[in-house]
Write a protein of this length. Structure first.
Length: 485
């Protein structure tokens, strides 16, 4: 058959092999939208049309159009089916097929180098060109097959992970396959045009192999960075959700008990990271007993946040039917010590107010002592025994103390993120600054008091990054509202 001695037939067939490789890579990576029969039939039609386009174009157009035919052939016959037959987002489908086209260019480059070296025939001599084109096509089939296998075993999992975590946002990385394809084409054409490569033998093949390897490594590096970026974006999104969940776990509606006029309470928590280990809590045990808790879990970030959830839940659950913070902390401590292989711990302060009498019973588990402001006076430190941390050792006994809070009295509780806030000179905010700032704002209502304290800390930090969670809680006994007063 005369067509078998037609060099453009074999060139067209070799280009079609590249197209088939692009299709296979695309099909391996994406999720088909239609049945296997419809998908296969659609690709067969696309491949046949592509081969006819290439053969007719190479037969009737000049050699100059060879590379452009390949490029436009891919655009016309391969991209539309890829956009139609698969489920992923448009950007993901375009990224996939553009990456396949880049790999097809690499295999073409390698196949041409090997066949030119081994078969010393001018491919553009129409009378004998087919003698080079046939082995070129054979090498193209072999190298394309190897490329598909390497992709399947080395890259496919990474590619799919990128697509999963990016969730349809691959458009921001679309430059990767296009830029690498253009760069590869430019370098390959330049070295051939200016003859800056060996002209025969295995040195020639080695040169091609090195150039291909460099581009493959560059592409792998860029793709790894894409994966790292996508993982970071997914982690950030998940942390934002976790932060929202954590904030919703803390009481955040103020005033929390508008029907209870005997007291006011307000609290804030600002984590240093998306999620934190500090927490506060307050709840009515019964109509006459109000519990307040503030705590700080060792460490920061996700581990501290998880331990915080456990500690907060146990403290509240163990409060059911109990009005003695000593017993609550002892039971919680033993539970937290169980299976605490990471050695995490919690500093905590818990107080239970008997609303009718003002008796405030409290226990301190290694936490910062609160400040107390009596009516008409200034804030000063509440005398508190330090106690031992929670989750540090099983069987610990805690000492319970009590005071009486009168009308007009206020309590201010905080975590060490307040006193240990640092400025750009690495100076600490300190206990003394805390006390002075509280007394400057002591006449404010609780919400404004805590807002002013946060502003004081920010002004002191002067732009320094927040290093620890900042949590504050304030309680006021209202005047003339206690029953029987």
């Amino acid at each position: 058959m005369a067509i078998l001695t037609d060099s453009w037939f074999w060139f067209s067939l070799a280009s079609t092999v590249s197209g088939v490789m692009v299709i296979v890579l695309t099909h391996m990576t994406l999720t088909r939208k239609h049945s296997a029969g419809v998908t296969t039939a659609s690709w067969i039609v696309a491949v046949a049309a592509y081969f006819a386009f290439m053969y007719l174009g190479m037969t009737y157009l000049s050699d100059f159009w060879f590379s452009y035919l390949t490029f436009f052939g891919w655009m016309i016959f391969l991209i539309p089916p890829a956009l139609t037959l698969y489920q992923e987002s448009i950007s993901t489908r375009l990224f996939t097929i553009a990456s396949g086209i880049f790999l097809a260019n690499v295999t073409t480059f390698m196949s041409g180098g090997i066949s030119t070296t081994l078969i010393a025939v001018n491919p553009y001599d129409y009378e004998v060109g087919y003698q080079w084109s046939i082995p070129f096509t054979i090498f193209k089939i072999i190298i394309s097959t190897i490329t598909v296998l390497l992709y399947n075993f080395l890259l496919k999992r990474m590619v799919k992970e990128v697509f999963t975590v990016m969730e349809g946002k691959m458009n921001r990385f679309m430059f990767v396959p296009f830029i690498t394809s253009i760069g590869f084409f430019f370098i390959s054409q330049t070295v051939q045009t200016y003859g800056i490569m060996p002209d025969k033998g295995f040195d020639f093949i080695l040169f091609y192999a090195i150039v291909c390897l460099v581009f493959a490594l560059m592409y792998q590096l860029v793709f790894s960075n894409v994966l790292w970026s996508s993982r970071a974006m997914k982690t950030e999104a998940e942390l934002n959700v976790a932060s929202h969940i954590q904030k919703n776990m803390l009481p955040c509606i103020f005033p929390p008990y508008p029907e209870r006029e005997e007291f006011d309470i307000y609290a804030t928590m600002m984590p240093a990271k998306e999620v934190g280990g500090d927490f506060y809590d307050f709840f009515l045990i019964d109509p006459d007993h109000l519990a307040i808790v503030i705590a700080d879990v060792s460490g920061k970030g996700v581990p501290a946040a998880l331990f915080m959830v456990i500690a907060k839940t146990l403290i509240k659950n163990n409060t059911a039917g109990m009005t003695e913070p000593k017993g609550i902390f002892e039971k919680t401590n033993d539970q937290l010590c169980e299976n605490n292989e990471e050695g995490m711990f919690v500093t905590a302060f818990m107080g239970i107010l008997e609303i009718s009498t003002g008796v405030f019973s409290f226990v301190n588990a290694g936490h910062n002592p609160p400040l107390l402001k009596r009516k008409g006076q200034q804030f000063d430190w509440l005398s508190v025994k330090p106690g031992f941390i929670l989750a540090g050792m099983e069987g610990m006994k805690y000492q319970q103390e009590s005071i009486t809070l009168s009308e007009g009295d206020e309590l201010y509780l905080y975590t060490d993120g307040v006193t240990e806030a640092m400025n750009l000179e690495e100076e600490l905010f300190t206990d003394q600054r805390l006390k002075e700032a509280l007394n400057r704002h002591r006449k404010l209502d609780l919400k404004d008091l805590l807002a002013s304290m946060k502003q004081e800390i920010d002004q002191f930090a002067n732009g320094a990054k927040q290093a620890d969670d900042i949590t504050m809680l304030a309680l006021r006994i209202n005047e003339g509202k206690r029953k029987g007063s």
